[in-house]
Design a protein around this ligand. Structure first.
Ligand code: GFB
Length: 309
């Protein structure tokens, strides 16, 4: 990518997309474009083709998706599979037809089998049954990853994919019904502190293990891959470290300075017991995360408090 290459970030307002825009600008890229959902409905094939024909982007970060936490995924599987397939099909096909130089497709670590060996290597994909709570999203993301591979194989398109672990940071979704665990607990602990509540409800048993990557690290990894990686196989992006949901809740409780209790509601699903990524492939091409969990949580909490002011 040259500093004046035309770079399109699909989903440029979202958790990851906005971080990619920040990262590109900090690295001196001057020609970064994005369209809001209202300006461009990525589930509409004609609108997407018209946009690519007019703008002719050279590089595309496909960071737009219909996303959500365990509750949203298990409640709305039809939207998760349909809308994500629509978005991916439209953008990847337009990128091919309008000769985009390189496209980076963003997936998710939930594409891997529920019970595969940990840490999870890229080659474990499709080696077992998926986690039921997010099967719809996982199947959409697996299809996008495979579509990029097949376009590269058949047409020589330089379309690559990365599979990030659970992400968090500024511009996250803090709605308690549809969000992921990190923003949900940050908001719950904050509101419990402000309202002097005696406890915070944590979903599930607290036993599942999760890996968390700050979105600024994720964005840096995505730009690094766009600049340095042209391989056919997808690449895991993570920290290679995990905590239990209980440990996570304890850290957030301390950062927010809430003095009440944790209450675990085992009526809510735990989801997959673990999904720790093996990040040796990415380290092998020269990239490693920088933001440690507690520092990242502090940064996220600050952003959240400022955003509600
Ligand atoms: O982040 P999360 O919603 O999604 O849940 P997954 C992670 C763990 O945190 C689960 C627990 O065991 C939840 O039960 N948890 C505890 C909570 N309290 C809460 C809470 O208040 N809200 C939420 N949301 N969780 C997602 C996939 O799985 O991972 C997506 O469904 C995507 O498709 C994403 O892949 C990265 O990590 O279980």
């Amino acid at each position: 990518m040259k500093k004046d290459s035309k770079i399109y970030v699909a989903g440029h307002r979202g958790l990851v997309g906005s971080a990619i825009v920040r990262n590109l600008k900090s690295k001196g890229y001057t020609n970064v474009i994005g369209k809001t959902h209202k300006e461009l409905d990525l589930t509409n094939q004609l609108e997407v083709r018209k946009f690519f024909e007019e703008e002719k982007p050279e590089y595309v970060f496909l960071a737009a998706a219909h996303v959500g936490g365990i509750n949203a995924n298990s409640t709305y599987p039809a939207e998760f599979i349909y809308e994500n397939l629509e978005i991916q099909n439209n953008v990847i096909k337009a990128a091919h037809d309008f000769k985009v130089k390189k496209l980076l497709f963003l997936g998710s670590s939930c594409i891997y089998p529920k019970m595969c060996p940990q840490p999870i290597k890229e080659e474990y994909l499709l080696s077992g049954y998926l986690e039921p709570t997010n099967e719809a999203y996982a199947l959409a993301k697996i299809s996008g990853l495979k579509m990029c591979q097949f376009f590269k194989k058949q047409y020589g398109d330089n379309f690559i994919s990365c599979m990030p672990t659970n992400l968090y940071g500024p511009n996250d979704n803090f709605d308690l019904e549809t969000s992921h665990v990190m923003p949900a607990l940050i908001r719950k602990f904050h509101e419990a502190k402000v309202n002097n509540e005696p406890f915070v409800e944590v979903w599930g048993t607290g036993k599942p293990l999760r890996e968390f990557l700050h979105v600024d690290d994720m964005a840096d990894g995505c730009v690094y891959l766009m600049e340095n990686y042209d391989g056919e196989e997808h690449v895991n992006i993570g920290t290679g470290k995990e905590v239990t949901i209980r440990e996570l809740a304890e850290i957030i409780k301390e950062v927010v300075e809430f003095n009440g209790e944790l209450r675990f509601n085992s009526d809510k699903p735990d989801g997959t017991p673990r999904k720790l990524l093996d990040v040796s492939k990415l380290e092998g091409v020269g990239w490693k995360y920088k933001i440690e969990l507690r520092d990242g949580i502090k940064d996220s909490y600050e952003w959240f408090v400022n955003s509600i002011k």
